[in-house]
Ligand binder design. Structure first.
Ligand SMILES: [Zn+2]
Length: 79
């Protein structure tokens, strides 16, 4: 499942958990959602951004799809 970076325009292969950043989302019927308890039949899935992508991007669930989005300024400070 974690074959490569979740950024579609990046081809970095997943190798080590300590490189990059992991995200967890609920998936149900091929749609994602976040912020709710898992529905019946939903499963938690891990998504990974490589080190380079995780410095610039984060993942969010948008319209049922996992999409990479630019990180917000306050997340840069926290990192
Ligand atoms: Zn990447």
């Amino acid at each position: 499942m974690l074959a490569k970076c979740a950024n579609p325009s990046c081809t970095t292969e997943f190798k080590y958990f300590r490189h990059g950043r992991l995200f967890e989302f609920n998936l149900h019927m091929n749609s994602c959602y976040d912020g709710f308890p898992p529905q019946k039949g939903a499963k938690r899935e891990l998504f990974w951004l490589c080190h380079d992508c995780s410095r610039k991007l984060t993942l969010q669930c948008d319209g049922g799809q996992i999409v990479p989005v630019p990180r917000r300024a306050r997340e840069h400070r926290a990192a």
